[in-house]
Design a protein around this ligand. Structure first.
Ligand code: ATP
Ligand code: ZN
Ligand code: MG
Length: 405
């Protein structure tokens, strides 16, 4: 196992963010581990016996660059809540054992039972909060044009996370050849049958919710003093490579967003309301949590520049929950101020000709649910009252549906 000695120790709170990015250096890297007591020592496991000659140096340089960048502009904490939650051991394994969460394709899961009840119950709260902010409801597709992703800037900043959609060529011979191959291969070998067949496609699985909304309003001029407000619950897809883990980092997850688009001062005011909303829900659920300024997971090369920009203007606020087992913070939501970025690239303007501004809030439903189990355990009777009220409201609603004539 190659071990690298960094020039300076990396504080524990930076380690997960650094590791998540380092996986992209080489697909042969299986795992990373910082030494538990000495933050200068970083070892990694490699798939093949022979580690490429230059890899250790590249790991060292990249880790140091990321650490420098994280150190250069520390995040600011707006809010921290520290109830004495007992926490429980191996929440993911327990959820799987109870059959409430079942791993499906790598990075995806089937939910049922209490986990699904909580998932739906929480979303009912998030939806209610959105409706109280007068949001219009939308249902967006899972598929998004690559053109929209490119326009939004996604394919420059996060190309490594994209999930492209492909299909067979529209050609009878090719389809026949594919069918022949399928007949002669076992179900386990089915993936190989795609080799040489996939046609490039102009679509991808949507990595987030709000791009659809900006695309829907592309080229429009908004009325004076406009503030468009929208909400939607959508599946989101991000290829997270080796960093995919349990329910903490998924390839398919579900996000509820609340989106504001319009006049700068109105958008700015609403952003404050979104941060308060996050805070209120954390308090109701009594989660050991914090709201901090943060940056997006940009690809390695761009990390420094783009982080400096986001952090200098406090553009991203991350809602982080404490995972007792991992002794780690995890983002369960965020509030993002995009300034006029999307207004510009999607040509959405205000009457005076200026580009519209936007901000959005995202709730990561999967992570919210997992955190409640991880911090409050598996007996709903022992959950904080706020969570029980949310769950009971959902259960009453479901019961009423069952008995309705
Ligand atoms: P992270 O820093 O953990 O990669 P992010 O900064 O990429 O998260 P956002 O783009 O702000 O996350 O997305 C909003 C929310 O969506 C996150 O706060 C999180 O709850 C959820 N989310 C993002 N990526 C994933 C994932 N791969 N699996 C599960 N939930 C996710
Ligand atoms: Zn968004
Ligand atoms: Mg983040």
């Amino acid at each position: 196992v190659p071990e690298i000695i960094l020039e300076q120790p990396v504080p524990r709170e930076f380690q997960p963010e650094i590791v998540k990015n380092l996986y992209w250096l080489d697909g042969g890297i299986e795992s990373f581990a910082f030494d538990a007591t000495d933050g200068r020592r970083l070892s990694f496991g490699y798939r093949k016996a022979a580690v490429p000659e230059h890899l250790p140096l590249r790991v060292k340089q990249s880790a140091e660059r990321l650490a420098r960048s994280l150190r250069a502009i520390p995040s600011k904490t707006l809010f921290e809540l520290k109830p004495a939650n007992a926490g429980c051991a191996a929440p993911y394994d327990q959820l799987v054992q109870r059959g409430w969460v079942r791993p499906a394709a790598h990075g995806t899961h089937v939910y049922r039972g209490l986990f699904l009840d909580l998932f739906l119950a929480l979303d009912a709260q998030f939806r209610q909060a959105a409706l109280r902010l007068e949001a219009e409801e939308y249902k967006f597709p899972a598929i998004i044009p690559m053109e929209t992703l490119a326009r939004a800037g996604y394919l420059n900043s996060f190309p490594h996370n994209a999930n492209f959609v492909c299909h067979l060529p529209e050609q009878a011979e090719a389809v026949e050849r594919f069918k022949d191959r399928m007949k002669s291969s076992s179900p386990e070998g089915a993936t190989l049958s795609l080799d040489g067949f996939c046609t490039h496609s102009a679509t991808a699985l949507s990595p987030t919710v709000c791009y659809h909304f900006y695309q829907t309003h592309a080229g429009q001029t908004l009325p004076a003093d406009a503030l468009l407000t929208a909400t939607a619950l959508s599946p989101c897809y991000r290829y997270e490579g080796k960093a995919m883990r349990g329910l903490r980092r998924l390839r398919e997850f579900t996000m509820r967003e609340i989106i504001f688009l319009g006049e700068p001062t109105l958008v700015q005011k609403r952003r404050e309301a979104l941060i308060s909303l996050q805070r209120e829900l954390l308090e109701r659920c009594q989660l050991h949590s914090a709201i901090r300024t943060a940056s997006d997971p940009f690809f390695l090369d761009d990390y420094d520049k783009k982080r400096v920009f986001q952090m200098s203007f406090d553009l991203k606020h991350e809602v982080q929950a404490w995972l007792p087992e991992e002794q780690e913070w995890l983002a369960i939501g965020s509030v993002n101020h995009h300034q006029d970025h999307f207004g510009k690239v999607f040509g959405i303007t205000l009457p005076e000709g200026m580009p519209a501004q936007s901000c959005c809030l995202g709730f990561g439903l999967d992570r919210w649910c997992m955190t409640i189990f991880a911090q409050h355990g598996f007996d709903p009777n022992c959950w904080p009252e706020g969570v029980r009220v949310i769950l009971d409201a959902h259960r009453r609603h479901t019961a009423a549906l069952k008995t309705a004539a």
